[in-house]
Design a protein around this ligand. Sequence first.
Ligand SMILES: NC(=[NH2+])NCCC[C@H](N)C(=O)O
Length: 407
Amino acid sequence: MTNHGADSEVGRLRTVMLHRPGNELKRLTPRNNDKLLFDGIPWVSRAQDEHDAFAQALRDRDVEVLYLTDLLTETLQSESAREHAIAGAMGSLHLGDTLRAYLTRALHDQSPEELCAFLTAGVRNDEVQGGHGLVTSLLAHDDFLIDPLPNLLFTRDSSVWIRDRVAITSLAMPARERETQLTELIYTGHPRFAGTPKIHGWQREHVEGGDVLLLAPGVIAVGVGERTTPAGAERLARQVFGADLAHTVLAVPIAQERATMHLDTVCTMVDVDKIVMYPNVADSLQAYAVTVRDRNGNGDADLVLQVAEAQPFLVAAAKAMSIDTLHQIDTGLDPVTAEREQWDDGNNTLAISPRVAVAYERNIETNSRLEESGIEVVAISGSELGSGRGGPRCMSCPVTREPLPRP
Ligand SMILES: NC(=[NH2+])NCCC[C@H](N)C(=O)O
């Protein structure tokens, strides 16, 4: 078994899981893009070129790139994985028994590659040949029988490695719910991940990976807002404490709105003690430090949690990380530029190692401040990729990072 896992946001990145945008993006129309959580209609081939350049920039720095669809196709070689996958996709209450039975049979006849394509790009009513009863006749021709998953691009959200465990997350928006059935299949069935212990799960309280920041070994910040719920943050805390994956969880309230859907839209780590942060929230961001007061028994539910009073985020974080200061990279931007660059994911960087971070090239001001602070910026273009509102961090799930040297 390969050693996978991560205990920080900045330890040398060795392996990352990406999703190359595919036919699921071709499903977006001006009528469904809001529901599918895109702000525009991307030019798909250009988005693929941009994504290929992103992957290449990582490979050029000796990062192994795994593609979600390759892992899924390999997983679907197994009959039991295929059954699970098909049953998951057939769970929708849109279908009715006649159509469900027909689709189940039809999907069983597909090769792993084809099945992977249907699971990711979905199936539209007019793609089903012949009349299959009342439901297909009454649904509109462009209704989806299996919804497409355009947000698979954002692999950060659908699973998170914490130390040697992988958390299958529970996504809050209906358009993304099914993504975690796929990540669960991969981590359960793919030989590469055999034996990996899992935590959380898509049936549990909402937690999205974009809200989970591994600030330092043992210290995890969890954004609580539009996506991760307070109960989700508590559940995750219990599990990481129960498995000894962390000693402190910082619950960080963020505004419940699209611009700040995840904690990683306002801040990301770029060094062991440096964070790039949206200046318009820097002064107001607060954190509740959660630790274990008592272990009454063996189960996660037996833990008695200690919740400290809210403190400024940077203060609470530095304390939990046992460092003097968590330096906020002073982006020093005027509020309007800051707001524009935050919207375009300027604060959403992916660290390859301490002080080396991938960022969208368009955020000129934020990037120049990063460079002035000694961070090497690996700039990628994201004019099309960005239409889903996600940057380099959202588009990557670190599978293996080298552990940071312990102080
Ligand atoms: N970690 C992140 N910030 N992910 C961005 C996800 C964007 C995606 N369109 C959504 O709304 O869910």
